[in-house]
Every structure is written in C-alpha cells, then in structure tokens.
Write a protein that binds this ligand. Structure first.
Ligand code: AMP
Ligand code: FE
Ligand code: FE
Ligand code: ZN
Length: 289
C-alpha cells in the first residue's frame, strides 16, 4: 500500500443504515464495519445524508475511514436506476431540494401502497410508522417490516416476492429524476457519481447503455460491478462499457443490517480506485480514522 495513503483496505463503498432501509443506526453500522475488519466504509443511505454526522463521529471512535455518500433514486422509463454519490457538499441547495422531493414522493407512494394493501390485509400506516425511524427515507422495506410484524410475511424477502411485488397489484412507482439530472446535480455539488448495481436482472440495460455517453460527459465516474445482484453476463457488459468510456469499477456489499443477507465486505473496491475517487471530489472530505 502506498505510504502516503490516508485510508486502509478492505474498502466497502455501499451500505444502508436506519436513515433509510438498513436496520442499524449509522454509528452501530460503522462499528459493525470495524468489527468486520473493514478499513474504509461508505454510508450510502437512499436519498438522504442525515446519517453523515453520526457516522463521522463513529468513524473516528472505531478507527474506520468513512466515505460519506448517498444512493439517489433515479428512473429510466419505468425502471429504477440507483446512483451512488460520494463526497458531495450535503448543503448544496439544488441537491438538497431534489432529495427532499424524492423523499416526499416516496412517502406519499408508500402511504398509497399501504392504503391499497389495507383493503385486502389487516395492516395500516401506523404499522409502517412503527417500523420507521422518524425522518427516514421510507421505502418498501418498511412496508415489508410492517407485514412481517403483522404476520403477513415471514421475512422482508418473502414480502418482496409476494405482496410488494409489482405483480401483486399494490405496487406504485414514485417520482425520481432521470439519471442524467442526478449525475449533473452530484457533480455540481462537488461529488462523484457511480451507477449502483447496473447489471441486475430487472434493469433498463439498453436504455442505460444508450445514455452512457451523456452520463460520462456529465461526469459519471464509475460502475459498481462487484455486487451480488449483478449477473455474470451483465458484468461482461459492464467491463466493455468501462473500457469504452474509461469508467472506474467498484465493488461493495449493499449491506442493510438484518434487512438483507448481504454481509459487510462481501465485495470490495480496489484502493487505486478510491484514490482516484477522492482525487476527483471537491464537495466533502473522507473522515480519516
Ligand atoms: P423501493 O425503493 O421503496 O421500491 O424499495 C426497494 C428497496 O428495497 C431496495 O433499495 C432494496 O434495498 C430493498 N429490497 C429489494 N428487494 C429486497 C428483498 N428481497 N429483501 C429485502 N430488501 C429488498
Ligand atoms: Fe435499500
Ligand atoms: Fe440500490
Ligand atoms: Zn443500496
């Protein structure tokens, strides 16, 4: 490892706390990262930076470098595309306004979904609130937890495969910006954008690939290739895209605490890639352990 490097490996650049749909507080998550042997962890809650402050304190306390980040909800046609963003200014007015708009849309969408589900099952909005930290970015995982608490599903995954699946008829989309707008907002806030899990089975591959040139021109930094939900063929496609557009390749766990089977450090990012990511950022600094 380079002697002037201020962070240590292993490096995991994608995790969620209770600020969105993870099950641990940001501080406990950072402690779990230290316990798992990580040298560096990014906190990337959905559409929120509310966990940065607590996670930053915990990073110093537990000796893990923190890369503050976020996973922005975006949409191409009817497919959801997640945009990881790192080291941007969390007070940038346009980005703050856009994330507030997304969180608001998610809240109304969740209320509508629960109202629909409540016509057929014994579950209501109070059940969802009971599973949600005040101010958290609300998503289907919180509805899943309410269904589990009501005995209507055994686990989050069972709820996703059943009542929360779009085929069940209760699914609702919510407002989310185009990925190009997300990249532009993140770059304007001094941050570094990386497309999250761009090769899962349900992604808008063709539409996304057609947009790749524009996304790169706008400042897209990389693609999250090592993620458990990317398919083998999809990873080949990402290698070709990275080669063609000079994009960096990252790897991460997408840890959600007990909310998903994903374990901290199950996929990691090379230190050279994080060097370049940090060098590109102008909005915020890592919290070095
Ligand atoms: P939403 O954005 O509200 O539609 O919900 C999608 C979120 O649910 C994603 O960010 C995932 O973290 C989570 N999720 C998706 N599938 C599952 C699953 N099978 N088990 C647990 N969480 C899931
Ligand atoms: Fe999630
Ligand atoms: Fe995601
Ligand atoms: Zn995620």
């Amino acid at each position: 490892m380079s002697p002037d490097r201020l962070f240590r490996a292993p490096i995991d650049l994608h995790t969620h706390s209770r600020v969105s749909d993870g099950t641990e507080s940001p501080g406990i998550l950072v402690r779990a990262a230290a316990d798992a042997g990580l040298g560096t962890v990014a906190l990337t809650d959905h559409d929120s930076t509310a966990g940065w402050s607590e996670a930053s304190g915990a990073a110093v306390e537990f000796g893990v470098t923190l890369i503050p980040g976020m996973e922005l909800s975006t949409r191409v046609d009817w497919s959801s595309v997640h945009m990881l963003a790192y080291l941007f200014d969390p007070n940038n007015a346009k980005l703050v306004a856009e994330t507030a708009r997304i969180r608001e849309a998610r809240l109304h969408r969740a209320e509508e979904m629960v109202a629909r589900i409540g016509r057929d099952y014994d579950v209501g909005w109070d059940d969802v609130l009971a599973q949600t930290t005040p101010g958290a970015t609300v998503g289907r995982p919180h509805i899943a937890d309410a269904l589990v608490a009501r005995g209507l599903a055994a686990t989050r995954s069972e709820a996703f495969a059943g009542i929360l699946h779009w085929r069940a008829g209760y699914y609702q989309p919510h407002y989310a910006p185009d990925p190009l707008l997300a990249v532009e907002l993140v770059v304007a806030a001094g941050g570094v954008p990386v497309i999250a899990h761009p090769a899962t089975v349900s992604r808008a591959d063709v539409a996304l690939d057609e947009r790749m040139g524009d996304l790169v021109d706008a400042g897209l930094f990389g693609l999250e290739i090592d993620h458990r939900e990317n398919t083998a063929e999809g990873r080949e496609r990402l290698l070709r895209l990275a080669d063609r557009y000079g994009l960096a390749l990252t790897g991460s766990s997408d840890y959600h605490g007990e909310g998903k089977p994903n374990r901290l450090g199950e996929n990691t990012t090379r230190a050279e890639v994080l060097d370049r990511l940090i060098a590109r950022a102008t909005g915020w600094s890592p919290v070095y352990a």
